[in-house]
Design a protein. Structure first.
Length: 347
């Protein structure tokens, strides 16, 4: 009996030891996780490396870089801009691969071809890197967040409204995008055409698809000359890339600048001359600097474990009370330039 009692005591002791061991292990794991979560959710911007990849080198993205630099000055965030050697998805993917290898905290990107970037975005996220896009709401379910200056359909309708008013609601017209793979350009284009079709039955779009200007003034210029040969009676153009000045130059060469109307995505620095001389009737935009600021700040918030929801302030004009829906953060930051107000803007 005594022997059995001793054996029971030994078993109880062993069981207690095992239970204590399990309890200690669980507590340690929880403690470690809490420490790691606390570390990951540090709010000090200096602890985070964020990189913005723009589409290409031009005045639009030079201004975006200005906004990113301002964010760095305002917050201390370790944020930089990288510019692809060529304006295509392959160059952006190459930069992303390098950043994944470096283990940065967040990558922001304005995609030239959003769908082509999906595998690399997924690779970055698997590596624990936050990815935030701009001008790419179609891949909102792939990135951690997409940041837009406004609802794209509404902005696209502005192109249609401004062109229709300039043309008096009558005549043939054509539209441009930077490239057929550029998601926001294509959405603006289609929204503009749909708006005109619904509201101005005496206007006719000469093609089913937009023309491409390759995101260059030269491309818009050369393509406009071709269009004028095919449609000498065309009465209007709109350009969803910021290079409508090329259309204006072609019209001036053909002495059609007064009769053919132009509305374009535009920077003041690129469009002031055309608005002032009357060869462009309206310029539409949002401030690239502000968009860059907001996008990179959103990436920092997510990388530091902070929540982004409707009403969140991204600390820059037009994005101070965003609306979040289906993975897209919408600001309210559209701008319209005319001959009367163009000199009020300095970017």
């Amino acid at each position: 009996m005594k022997k059995k009692f001793v054996s029971m005591l030994v078993c109880i002791g062993m069981l207690s030891t095992l239970l204590m061991g399990c309890s200690t292990s669980t507590t340690k794991t929880a403690s470690t996780k809490e420490t790691e979560d606390s570390k990951n959710k540090s709010a000090d911007p200096e602890d985070y490396q964020v990189v913005m990849i723009v589409k290409q080198s031009d005045s639009w993205f030079d201004d975006m870089a200005t906004g990113v630099e301002q964010l760095k000055k305002d917050t201390g965030l370790n944020v930089t801009v990288q510019v692809p050697e060529t304006g295509d998805a392959a160059s952006q993917i190459s930069i992303m691969e390098d950043l994944i290898a470096q283990g940065v905290d967040a990558i922001c990107i304005v995609p030239n071809d959003p769908s082509a970037l999906i595998p690399t975005i997924e690779k970055a996220k698997e590596a624990g890197i936050v990815v935030v896009s701009h001008e790419a709401p179609g891949i909102a379910d792939t990135v951690d967040l997409d940041v837009e200056a406004f609802v794209n359909k509404t902005f696209g309708e502005l192109f249609g409204e401004k062109l229709a008013k300039a043309m008096g609601g009558k005549g043939k017209y054509a539209g441009f995008v930077g490239g057929l793979t550029m998601e926001t350009h294509m959405e603006w284009y289609q929204s503009a055409v749909d708006y005109i079709t619904e509201n101005y039955p005496e206007m006719e779009c000469v093609t089913k698809e937009p023309y491409e200007d390759g995101n260059s003034v030269e491309g818009a210029h050369d393509k406009t000359l071709e269009i004028l040969k095919t449609y000498p009676d065309i009465a209007g153009f709109f350009d969803c890339s910021a290079h409508g000045g090329g259309i204006c130059e072609a019209l001036q060469e053909k002495n059609k600048a007064k009769e053919v109307k132009v509305v374009s995505l535009a920077l003041p620095s690129m469009s002031a001359t055309y608005l002032e001389d009357g060869s462009m009737q309206a310029g539409l935009a949002w401030r690239p600097a502000d968009a860059g600021y907001a996008t990179c700040y959103a990436a920092y918030l997510l990388a530091s474990g902070q929540e982004i929801k409707t009403g969140t302030d991204l600390k820059i004009t037009g994005y101070d009370a965003i609306e979040v829906k289906d993975g897209v953060a919408y600001g309210n930051a559209p701008l319209e330039f005319t001959a009367e107000n163009i000199n009020d803007y300095k970017f």
